[in-house]
Design a protein around this ligand. Structure first.
Ligand code: 4NP
Length: 151
């Protein structure tokens, strides 16, 4: 099964989600990430994201930002969006109902309640914000990884 994590810039949240989810799923799952904007295309993740992940033993330093493509909506089986605006953006790219069905709000899939269904953007924040985003993504990834393996 192929899983895609999506945020805005693909340098903070979705690289963390990719790195974390890879540690929770067996090798027959393929995990990748992308952004809805191409502004950071080719760049490695934000240094603060790399440092936060490294603190938890997860290496995301070799990832490179890329924008989501029409092919991704065909190729991936599950597409997890980090916030509502990303979700709406990705939904607008879907060509049919089958593609729309693949697109999920990451925290909603993890069973979070309506008050807490968006992963906050840590880009303008400090290291403490990166740490709390890491924890949020880690807990949600654990639940989603269980769910995917029980299907
Ligand atoms: P991300 O964070 O979507 O979690 O990768 C951001 C990265 C870059 C920008 C905004 C958010 N930006 O405005 O460049």
């Amino acid at each position: 099964m192929k899983i895609l994590m999506v945020c805005l810039g693909n340098i903070c949240r979705s690289p963390l989600a990719e790195g974390i989810m890879k540690t929770k799923l067996p090798e027959n799952f393929e995990v990748d990430s992308a952004g809805t904007i191409s502004m950071h295309e080719g760049e490695h993740p934000d240094k603060r994201a790399i440092k936060t992940a490294a603190k938890h033993g997860v290496d995301i330093s070799k990832q490179k930002s890329r924008p989501i493509t029409a092919k991704d909506l065909e190729n991936f089986h599950k597409i997890y969006c980090m916030d509502l605006s990303v979700f709406e953006d990705v939904i607008s790219k879907a060509k049919n109902e089958q593609q729309r069905q693949k697109i999920k709000l990451f925290l909603e899939e993890a069973g979070n309640t309506v008050e807490n269904i968006e992963v906050p953007d840590p880009y303008w924040g400090d290291m403490a914000e990166f740490e709390s985003v890491y924890q949020l993504i880690d807990e949600a990834s654990e639940k989603i990884a269980q769910k995917l393996q029980n299907q």
